[in-house]
Design a protein around this ligand. Structure first.
Ligand code: NAP
Length: 341
C-alpha cells in the first residue's frame, strides 16, 4: 500500500511517499481502506515536533479520514466488513495514521458513515466535530449530550466561525437549537460563517462586537467556544452571562492570558480547557455518537456553499497539504489517499 511517512521531526519536506505492508487488525481493531484523509493543525504541529513526542522510528501522519472497513480483528463483528466509516484520532499514539491506503484502528474509532454522506464529509469530521462537541457540552447546567433541542434557549458565541472547529461548532449548536453568534475577521469569512448557519456574524476587527452582542443578547451569552483566549478574553468577559462558560480549545495568536480573579469570581465564570488527546474515552464516545446522529440528520454538510471550502491534494503532495494548513488555509484541507479505488 502507499503510505506517507516521516522518520524525523521537521518541516513538510520530511514527508515521503513509500510502499508499506498493510497491518493486520488485532483483537478490538478493524482495518480501513482510506479514501480521504482530513488534515488538521495538530498534524503539522506533531510532525514539526512542537507538540506530542514522536513514539516510533517511522510515523504515518493523520488522525481523521474516511473509507471502508476491509478486515476485522479476532472476535470483531465480521458484518462490519464493507462498512463505510469515518475515523477519529486514528493516528493518536499509533505508528500509522490515515495518510496510508490502509489503517488499523480501535473498532470504536471507526464510526458508520451513512451512504448519502460523502467520504469528504467523513474526513472533515474527526478533530473539528469532536472538539466542537466538547466545547458545547461542558457548561454546569448542561447539556452533556447534543441532540435537537439540547441547546434550546441558549445563546452560544463561536469565536472564529470560519475556522474548521468554529464551523463544526456553529453547525452542532444550530442543530441542537441554540441561537448562534460568531466572530470573524472579514467579509469572505462572514459569508462562510453565515452559510454554516450562524444567526449573527460580527467582525471582531471592525465592529464593536461587545456592544453588538449585548444588543442581541442583553442577558449575556451562555457559552463561548474559544479559539484565541488571550486575544478574546476581554470580549468574552464583557458578554458572558453570570455563571456562563468559556470553553477554550486553542490560544491562536498566543497572547498571554491574565485573569482578573475578582471579576471572574463575581461572574462565577466557568473556564473549561480542552485538548482532544486527553479528553477521555467517555467524552469521545459521547461526541462520536452525537456527531453521527447529526450527520444522519444532514446537519453537518461541507463545501463552500455550507461554509467549509474544501482544498484537496493527492497523497503524493501531502507536504503541500501540510503547508496549506500551516499557512492558514480557509476551510478544510483533504488528501485523496485512494485506498478504496
Ligand atoms: N484543543 C484541541 O483538541 C484542538 C482541536 C482542534 C483544533 N485545535 C487548535 O485550534 C486552532 C484552530 O483549529 P482549526 O482547525 O479550526 O483551524 P482553522 O481552520 O485555521 O481556524 C482557525 C480560525 O480561528 C480564527 N481566529 C484566529 N484568531 C482569532 C481571534 N482572535 N478571534 C476570532 N477568531 C480568530 C481564524 O480566522 P481569522 O484569523 O481570520 O480571525 C480562523 O478562522 C488551532 O490552533 C488548532 O491546533 C485544538
Amino acid at each position: 500500500m502507499k503510505a506517507v511517512i516521516y522518520r524525523d521531526n521537521g518541516g513538510p519536506e520530511v514527508l515521503e511517499l513509500h510502499d508499506r505492508e498493510p497491518a493486520e487488525p488485532g483483537p478490538g481493531e478493524v482495518r480501513v481502506r482510506v479514501a480521504v484523509s482530513g488534515v488538521n493543525p495538530t498534524d503539522w504541529k506533531t510532525r514539526s515536533g512542537a507538540t506530542n513526542p514522536k513514539l516510533y522510528a517511522e510515523v504515518t501522519p493523520g488522525l481523521d479520514g474516511a473509507g471502508v472497513i476491509d478486515a476485522v480483528g479476532p472476535g470483531e463483528d465480521r458484518g462490519r466488513i464493507g462498512e463505510r466509516v469515518w475515523l477519529f484520532l486514528a493516528g493518536a499514539g499509533r505508528q500509522v495514521g490515515t495518510v496510508a491506503e490502509a489503517v488499523v484502528v480501535p473498532a470504536d474509532r471507526a464510526v458508520p458513515l451513512p451512504d448519502d454522506a460523502s467520504f469528504d464529509l467523513g474526513a472533515a469530521l474527526g478533530v473539528p466535530a469532536l472538539t466542537a462537541h466538547r466545547t458545547l457540552t461542558v457548561a454546569e447546567d448542561g447539556p452533556r449530550r447534543l441532540h435537537p433541542g439540547a441547546l434550546d434557549g441558549k445563546v452560544v458565541l463561536v469565536a472564529g466561525g470560519a475556522g474548521a472547529v468554529g464551523h463544526a461548532a456553529i453547525q452542532l449548536a444550530r442543530w441542537a437549537g441554540a441561537t448562534v453568534l460568531t466572530t470573524i475577521s472579514g467579509p469572505e469569512k462572514a459569508r462562510l460563517a453565515t452559510a454554516a448557519g450562524a444567526h449573527h456574524v460580527l467582525n471582531y476587527r471592525e465592529d464593536d462586537p461587545a456592544a453588538e452582542i449585548r444588543k442581541i443578547a442583553p442577558d449575556g451569552v451562555d457559552l463561548i467556544a474559544e479559539v484565541a483566549l488571550g486575544a478574546n478574553l476581554a470580549l468574552d468577559l464583557a458578554v458572558l452571562r453570570t455563571r456562563g462558560t468559556i470553553s477554550t480549545y486553542a490560544n491562536d495568536g498566543a497572547k498571554r492570558v491574565e485573569l482578573d480573579v475578582r471579576q471572574n469570581m463575581t461572574l462565577n465564570t466557568r473556564f473549561q480547557f480542552l485538548v482532544l488527546y486527553t479528553v477521555g474515552s467517555e467524552a469521545l464516545a459521547a461526541g462520536a455518537e452525537d456527531v453521527a446522529a447529526a450527520v444522519a440528520d444532514g446537519a453537518l454538510p461541507v463545501g463552500a456553499e455550507h461554509g467549509l471550502p474544501l482544498t484537496r491534494f493527492p497523497i503524493g503532495r501531502t507536504a503541500d497539504a501540510h503547508r496549506a494548513v500551516e499557512n492558514g488555509a480557509v476551510g478544510k484541507v483533504l488528501i485523496d489517499v485512494g485506498g478504496t479505488a
